[in-house]
Write a protein that binds this ligand. Structure first.
Ligand code: NAP
Ligand code: ZN
Length: 365
């Protein structure tokens, strides 16, 4: 065994954790910029709880609520300028992965005058502002990862940056905030969390600790599948899904993702398919492709899910995710070429060539 393990985030998980931990916020300073989307903060109830907690501590706040889905470099530049002008001492991100990732980038840009494209150098002159993350989706695990995934219009794809300084310092995780997610968003994000666990599990960068977290995530995800299929989403299921999302985040904080995310970015960039769904559409064929190299682990995933074979897994995914988009051969060839350029492709269990990625997408889509 030869591994490192580090999660730079303190996690407080449970119902009403924002309201009951107001005193935790005071340690971060006297001025907070809240970074959120147009709806998620308000619809989830998280923004109201946070404002109550900040006011209770006498902390001044500003709100930047213009984070787009799949935020771009321009979007985080605007938020960074706002944080600097306000004189924020810390950032609180509320939302799905889009606002949480934007919060991390804004925390860097608030204190570093730099072209946002230089975020990808992963070296910042001044230490980023501390980030508190309050997730309202259960999928990306961004609250416990150092990554911020931003849309690179210049490269026609999405790319992540992050280092040990960009882990949120505190994650406040209340499953009740995910209850306002529509069924589709719930499914898409749940499948994203599952995808993180399995891509990390089948990555060359896996460790004994990340594997333990991944197996737990897969098993608990399996216990939610019937509820997802039946659209029966009670608190218990929401709680499990948020826990799976956190575990998946802890896995990829160590392993990164691999080819599923690499291909999925194009489905989001070019066809506007939501992130988690883009991954989920590719998973069955991803497992089939990797079976020759990692059959033992893939069989273990099926056993943990209590599914008999990949056919059952694929049919379950098709019931959860409907793909209405069509793709030309030229499009899929372009996506395969773009995915080959992602560094993470090199960490897939089986050594990948571009034609393999094209085939996985052709069979899946
Ligand atoms: P999202 O893009 O953050 O949100 C999707 C939609 O759901 C948005 O319209 C959002 O509203 C809405 N929403 C969020 N929470 C809600 C709630 N509780 N009730 C009602 N509506 C709600 O989706 P996501 O899947 O969580 O995040 C995807 C992003 O995260 C992508 O950019 C992806 O690349 C990135 N990601 C990051 C990591 C990481 O490690 N950092 C890992 C995987 C993916 P608003 O418009 O108000 O936001
Ligand atoms: Zn993801």
């Amino acid at each position: 065994m030869n591994f490192r393990f580090f999660i730079g985030t303190r996690v407080i998980f449970g119902k009403d954790c924002v309201k009951s931990n107001g005193s935790e916020l005071a340690a971060f300073g006297k001025k907070a910029l809240i970074v959120t989307g147009r709806n998620s903060g308000r619809m989830s109830g998280a923004l109201a709880d946070l404002l109550e907690a900040l006011e209770g501590q006498g902390i001044e706040y500003g709100i930047y609520d213009r984070v787009d889905n799949n935020p771009s470099l321009d979007n985080v530049q605007e938020g960074g300028d706002e944080a600097a002008a306000f004189g924020a001492e810390f950032i609180v991100g509320i939302g799905g992965g889009s606002p949480l990732d934007a919060a991390k980038a804004i925390a860097v840009l608030a204190v570093n005058r730099m072209d946002p494209v230089d975020l990808y150098k992963n070296a910042f002159g001044r230490t980023p502002l501390p980030v508190i993350a309050i997730p309202t989706t259960a999928g990306t695990g961004s609250e416990v990862t150092p990554y911020a995934i931003l849309t690179r219009k210049d490269l026609q794809t999405k790319m992540s940056f992050g280092n040990e300084q960009t882990f949120p310092r505190l994650a406040l995780m209340d499953p009740a905030y995910t209850a306002s997610m529509p069924w589709e968003v719930t499914v898409n994000t749940a499948v994203d969390a599952f995808s993180h666990a399995v891509e990390g599990y089948l990555s060359r960068r896996c460790t004994p600790v990340s594997d333990a977290l991944a197996e737990e995530a897969v098993e608990i995800f399996g216990k939610t599948v019937d509820s997802l299929l039946n659209r029966d989403l009670n608190y218990d299921t929401r709680e499990k899904l948020l826990y799976v999302s956190m575990l998946g985040g802890m896995v990829i904080a160590h392993t990164g993702t691999t080819i599923v995310h690499g291909m999925g970015y194009s489905l989001t960039y070019f066809k506007n398919i939501p992130h988690g769904k883009a991954n989920g559409l590719l998973l069955e064929e991803y497992f089939r492709y990797n079976h020759a190299e990692a059959g033992g682990k893939i069989d273990r995933i099926l056993a943990l899910l209590k599914m008999k074979d990949l056919g059952e897994f694929g049919s379950c995914m098709r019931k959860l995710l409907e793909c209405r988009e069509t793709f030309t051969e030229a499009e899929l060839r372009q996506y395969a070429a773009l995915a080959m350029k992602q560094r993470s492709t090199g960490f897939n269990a089986r050594t990948v060539v571009e034609a393999d990625l094209f085939e996985i997408m052709r069979k899946s889509l």
